[in-house]
Ligand binder design. Structure first.
Ligand SMILES: NC(=O)C1=CN([C@@H]2O[C@H](COP(=O)(O)OP(=O)(O)OC[C@H]3O[C@@H](n4cnc5c(N)ncnc54)[C@H](OP(=O)(O)O)[C@@H]3O)[C@@H](O)[C@H]2O)C=CC1
Ligand SMILES: CC(=O)[C@@H](O)[C@H](O)COP(=O)(O)O
Ligand SMILES: [Mn+2]
Length: 390
């Protein structure tokens, strides 16, 4: 039996992970469920999945969680705060961790899982962008297994099963849907609304990553994510827009072979791989009928002028040091301001670019240095967003 902690349980990835877990009661068990603030949804999940522990990140919601669990007649133990989560993740309460908290808030618990040598189903790409070297080193030192569940990286993981395959690797090609505004010119993006930006054409996801897909920052974060996961430099990572979202990425080898992984756009496939690899288990996702899907696989180059975030991410990766941390924090702050209606869509890349220019990269040798860069970028963008809104 694999005891699993699901972090970000109330979110899109969290609920997909719990769906897969519930399909395999003889093999998988959710023992820890964690969320940010949404106590009601967390208690409802506890009623359904009966974990030993439930954690709410916001300490002010502890009493609500305790009372909600009691009211539902559950003996699930309530906890609150980031430190409690890190401790549980590192304890015997779980052997596998689904890291699906959104944003840099997921770094601490993902690091705790790495340091404790857990099997990590890594969805929280921001933790790799912010602190990729530290996280990968911690996992290596403690013998943790990181299985990427971001769909593109899961595809690459499936195409690169062993070290011998890595030795012949020439290039990684990440596919991108192009988002809801694919084909639009920059001038046509001034007035797009948060609702339009969050309406992804192919995947059902949380609001932050959906907006990232619309700006192509999601693909930029994924380029940095791929660099850390697979040890490939920026020059050997390409992006290809593929509007059908059926090919989840390609891997090219030195002998001219290209491998790809295909499937319907449903995260339960990647999560099942994460739980069972190298075995395969049922995920609830149907096999791919290419004719029923329209019989066409199309590809085109990304438009870096209309969607500059992808280029900014490549630049940050090439700069190294604290630049990716600044990119990530600036983007999170700008996306949040956009979702709240405080700035326009085109202000997102503008603010990220300004933050990267204003906060030159320095050494990323310690977690403190990275957290400091993250905090500076957030302050910078908050001030600049306020000015944009005036
Ligand atoms: N959705 C997808 O298909 C994919 C997602 N990812 C990545 O997975 C991660 C999660 O994405 P997604 O599921 O879409 O996001 P959602 O917005 O749907 O869910 C976010 C989850 O994180 C929790 N959370 C938010 N803030 C905190 C915090 N400070 N501390 C603890 N928990 C917190 C939320 O809890 P609450 O409900 O209480 O707010 C919620 O459970 C992101 O990093 C994303 O980039 C990667 C590939 C695909
Ligand atoms: C499901 C998943 O992995 C997302 O990261 C997805 O890739 C988003 O789609 P885009 O290709 O539009 O960014
Ligand atoms: Mn992805």
């Amino acid at each position: 039996m694999l005891d699993v902690a699901v972090l970000g349980a109330t979110g899109s990835i969290g609920t997909s992970a719990l769906d897969v877990i519930a399909r395999h009661p003889q093999r998988l068990r959710a023992t820890v469920l964690a969320a940010g603030q949404n106590v009601e949804a967390l208690v409802a999940l506890c009623v359904r999945h009966r974990p030993r522990h439930a954690v709410i990140a916001d300490p002010q919601r502890f009493a609500d969680l305790r009372d909600g669990l009691r009211g539902a007649g559950l003996d699930t133990l309530p906890h609150a705060g980031d430190a409690a989560l890190d401790e549980l993740v590192g304890s015997d309460a779980c052997r596998a961790v689904v890291a699906a908290i959104v944003g840099a808030a997921g770094l601490s618990s993902t690091l705790a899982a790495a340091r404790a040598g857990k099997r990590i189903l890594l969805a929280n790409k921001e933790s790799l962008v912010l602190a990729g070297e530290l996280l990968m080193q911690a996992a290596h030192d403690a013998g943790a297994t990181i299985v990427p569940v971001d769909s593109e990286h899961n595809a690459i993981f499936q195409c690169l099963p062993d070290a011998a395959a890595h030795a012949g690797l020439a290039r990684i090609i990440l596919t991108a849907s192009g988002g809801p505004f694919r084909g639009r010119r920059r001038e046509e993006l001034h007035d797009v609304t948060p609702e339009q930006a969050a309406a992804h054409p192919k995947w059902s996801m949380g609001p932050k990553i959906s907006v990232d897909s619309a700006t192509l920052m999601n693909k930029g974060l994924e380029v940095i994510e791929a660099h850390h996961l697979f040890g490939v430099e920026a020059e050997r990572i390409d992006v290809l827009v593929h509007p059908q979202s059926l090919v989840h990425s390609f891997v090219e080898f030195v002998d001219g072979s290209t491998l790809a992984q295909l499937g319907l756009p449903d995260m339960r496939t990647a999560l099942s791989v994460g739980f069972a690899w190298p075995e395969r288990i049922a995920s609830g996702v149907a096999g791919l009928d290419l004719l029923a899907q329209g019989g066409r696989l199309e590809f085109e180059a990304p438009d870096l002028e209309a969607f500059p975030c992808l280029g900014l991410a490549f630049e940050a990766l090439r700069s190294g040091g604290t630049a990716p941390a600044v990119l990530n924090a600036a983007n999170e702050t700008a996306v949040s301001a956009f979702l709240q209606g405080r700035i326009g869509f085109l202000a997102i890349p503008a603010l990220v670019e300004q933050a990267l220019a204003a906060l030159p990269s320095s050494s990323a040798g310690s977690l403190d240095a990275l957290r400091d860069a993250d905090a500076q970028a957030r302050r910078f963008v908050e001030r600049a967003a306020h000015a944009h809104a005036l």
